[in-house]
Ligand binder design. Structure first.
Ligand code: 4AD
Ligand code: MG
Length: 468
């Protein structure tokens, strides 16, 4: 290993004037390309700290021929050399190599990323290597910055990060699409006298599953700390093979005491605009790359969303607009339907041409915990709908009345024995409160311009797919 401490390529490219031409530096990273002639080779090295690679120039006379043969696309090397101004276009500086060490070779016949221009579908099949492409480097760096921005946003506003359980005994959304968690021997399942699975013998002594949402536990936190948020993985076993669904995805769920639905909508709008602004301020190189490669409207679209107030209207008005649109939808529109992506995107992309927050949905298509409106038909729900994505946030004001919540639970046949602790928040010091859930990957989809949610999470979990 080089005696010299490694300098990250990002640091060199951004601070070469301060570092000084002529300085000796050590860089380490993976070879993207190597080209040259009999006398000199140019090696593009990338260490993931920034989208750009640094060019290493090596005079072949200075190096052992056998060593230089090992420097191929995909190999990992350490280079010590002098920082020099680059005569070529495309980069301000380059490294004139004095010493090269090969950490790991990559066989030119079998390394799958030998050539550029692989399809995203192919790259999904090599999820273990795709972080080494420019595209996935950009996406994963943006993902990191967004996660950081989310914690910063809430921390700066006095929200506490609450860790809610991943294994739960409850079904927050009532969607009925959960992954069981069990240590029972599946080849020899213990049964009760009535012939049901005897979960009494299971690890937790009851039936448990991976959480679909941290909200219910989040509410317990908000009823003590006032304003909390969760940020964790959630799991849904729904068999939907769409470009916007994952079986394992991350959700951010703020929950606030003393917020009504209007406060909730204002927070959601401010929050997503903050994230977009943060990414424009901190990830511009990566955004420019993604814009060039995948979506030439990307940066204008991000700016458009920050500059415009979101349109707010009730579900019933949205149904009227859709019905009057004359548009042919695959799923016909009538009051009471659950809106499909095609309906949401019509409202956002064709009708209003900006993000929309829909409120006051029919109670039958929304979860039991939403605050009931006086009309007896609708609940104080809110969905934030985005261009290209459709629903990016789902939330509501919560039903704070013990009686109303209790009777809704009974009406839906939700076992009270699973919900007693949740109901107790309404029994002891209940308060008006609200919250929402932002789908992290849907936000990253919007920010990166990628078209498929499988391409914005390092290791996507979808039906029939958990290889890596
Ligand atoms: O609308 P959802 O189901 O709401 C909840 O889970 C509430 N408990 C949130 C709350 O009020 N605290 O999910 C919230 C968001 C959706 O708007 C969507 O962005 C995302 O989570 N989402 C998914 N993202 C990827 N794959 C899936 N299968 C998703 N299901 C929901
Ligand atoms: Mg929803």
């Amino acid at each position: 290993m080089s005696e010299l401490k490694r300098t990250k390529i990002e640091h060199i490219l951004k601070n070469h004037s301060q570092l000084g031409i002529g300085k000796t530096l050590n860089i380490r990273g993976w070879v993207r390309t190597k080209r040259g002639n009999k006398n000199v080779v140019f090696i593009a090295v990338n260490d993931g700290s920034i989208i750009h690679s640094i060019q290493v120039v090596a005079d072949l006379a200075d190096f052992d021929e056998e060593l230089m043969k090992l420097v191929t696309t995909g190999s990992c090397i350490s280079v010590t050399g002098t920082l020099v101004e680059s005569p070529g276009s495309g980069q301000a500086v380059e490294i004139h190599a004095k010493e090269i060490e090969v950490y790991g070779t990559a066989d030119t016949e079998t390394y799958p990323l030998q050539k550029k221009g692989h399809t995203l579908e192919f790259l999904r099949e090599i999820a273990h290597l795709r972080p080494r492409t420019n595209t996935f480097g950009a996406v994963f760096r943006i993902r990191h910055h967004v996660a950081f921005a989310i914690h910063k946003y809430f921390n700066d506003r006095g929200f506490y990060y609450l860790h809610t359980p991943i294994i739960t005994g409850s079904d927050a959304e009532g969607a009925g699409a959960m992954f069981h968690v069990t240590t029972l021997d599946l080849n020899n399942i213990p049964k009760t006298e009535e012939g049901h699975v005897n979960f009494g013998e299971d690890f937790f002594g009851k039936s448990t599953n991976l959480t679909v949402s941290g909200q219910l536990e989040g509410e317990l936190g908000a009823m003590a700390l006032s304003e909390i948020y969760t940020f964790g993985p959630t799991f849904r076993a729904e068999n939907s093979n769409t470009p916007r669904h994952l079986a394992e995805f991350w959700m951010i769920e703020p929950e606030m005491a003393f917020y009504d639905i209007t406060d909730n909508m204002d927070l959601a709008e401010d929050f997503v605009k903050y994230i977009i602004r943060y990414v424009l301020d901190h990830c511009f190189d990566d955004l420019e790359f993604l814009q060039k490669m995948y979506d030439n409207e990307l940066i204008p679209r991000l700016n458009f969303v920050i500059e415009n107030k979101f349109e707010k209207l009730a579900y019933t008005e949205a149904i009227e607009i859709l019905t009057a649109s004359g548009q042919k939808f695959e799923f016909p529109v009538s009051w009471g339907i659950d809106l499909q992506a095609e309906h949401e995107r019509y409202l956002v992309e064709k009708h209003f041409k900006k993000p929309v927050i829909l409120t006051d949905y029919p109670k039958d298509i929304k979860a039991f915990y939403m605050k009931q409106n006086d009309d007896g038909k609708t609940v104080r729900a809110m969905d934030v709908l985005f261009p290209r994505i459709g629903e990016i946030i789902g939330g509501s004001q919560r039903e704070e009345s013990y009686e109303k919540l209790h009777s809704r639970i009974a009406e839906l046949g939700i076992p009270e024995k699973d919900m007693w602790w949740y109901l107790e928040t309404r029994k002891f010091g209940t308060a008006p409160h609200s919250g929402f859930g932002l789908g992290f990957e849907r936000m990253i989809l919007f920010l990166t311009g990628m078209a498929n949610i499988r391409d914005v999470i390092p290791f996507p979990r979808t039906p029939q797919n958990a290889e890596f």
